[in-house]
Design a protein around this ligand. Sequence first.
Ligand code: HEM
Length: 75
Amino acid sequence: MTLQGGLGPSLKPDALRDKPVDSLVATIHGGRPGTPMPPWHRFLSEDEARWIVEQLLAGFPESASATQRDAAPGQ
Ligand code: HEM
């Protein structure tokens, strides 16, 4: 998994930085109808989708320390 996009767009911090966090959260939680991006709301709460956006903006996976990797959302 490179997060550089292929079927989907790049999820690298540079590509996401200028986009509103709330809309990125909504994309993960609700998907994008009419595109291959599926909704994840059956598996993730909105807070968990927000946590994923925060990790991506912080440079996950390159920047992930053991602590970040092991931390659950909100901890
Ligand atoms: C861990 C799973 C996933 C996460 C966290 C994720 C996250 C995202 C995010 C944040 C965006 C918005 C990017 C932007 O606006 O620049 C996006 C868009 C997109 N994703 Fe995903 N995605 C996931 C899985 C998938 C899968 C499994 C597919 C398809 C097989 C997919 C296909 C797409 C596509 C095609 C778009 C662009 C939609 C459009 O044209 O507006 N994603 N994804």
